[in-house]
Design a protein around this ligand. Structure first.
Ligand code: AMP
Ligand code: ZN
Length: 113
């Protein structure tokens, strides 16, 4: 089982900030900004490449959750970035779809190499 499935199943701990029947959100263990939350579907979907028509509502729901968390974290007005890495060139490390929510400070250029 992948590390994020283990978090969903509460087999490993996480600082959870949001949970419902479809989605979970928790603090990134190695934050890259003052606010760095990961929002994931509970379903194990490895990458964006694995999304299907049936996931359209889920992805829309994830963005509504992101919006809500951004407001709760106090970064809605100052701004934030939502980022999804895919596969090798995207720098994906965990193969369970996740949306990075980053904010709390100016984030610099969009693509860093
Ligand atoms: P990515 O490179 O897009 O696959 O991002 C994976 C992210 O998951 C990284 O930012 C890691 O710091 C984070 N991460 C890895 N393991 C954990 C964990 N157990 N709890 C919270 N975040 C994690
Ligand atoms: Zn998984």
């Amino acid at each position: 089982m992948c590390v994020f499935c283990k978090i969903v199943n509460k087999e490993i701990p996480a600082k959870v900030v949001y949970e419902d029947d479809k989605v979970m959100a928790f603090h990134d263990i190695n934050p890259q900004a003052p606010v760095h939350i990961l929002v994931i579907p509970k379903e194990h979907i490895p990458t964006v490449n694995d999304l299907e028509e049936k996931h359209k509502e889920l992805i829309g729901h994830i963005f509504m959750v992101i919006k809500k968390i951004a407001k709760e974290m106090g970064i809605a007005e100052s701004g934030y970035r939502v980022l999804v890495n895919c596969n090798r060139d995207g720098g994906q490390e965990i193969y369970h779809l996740h949306f990075h929510l980053l904010g709390g400070a100016p984030l610099g250029p969009m693509v860093c190499r």
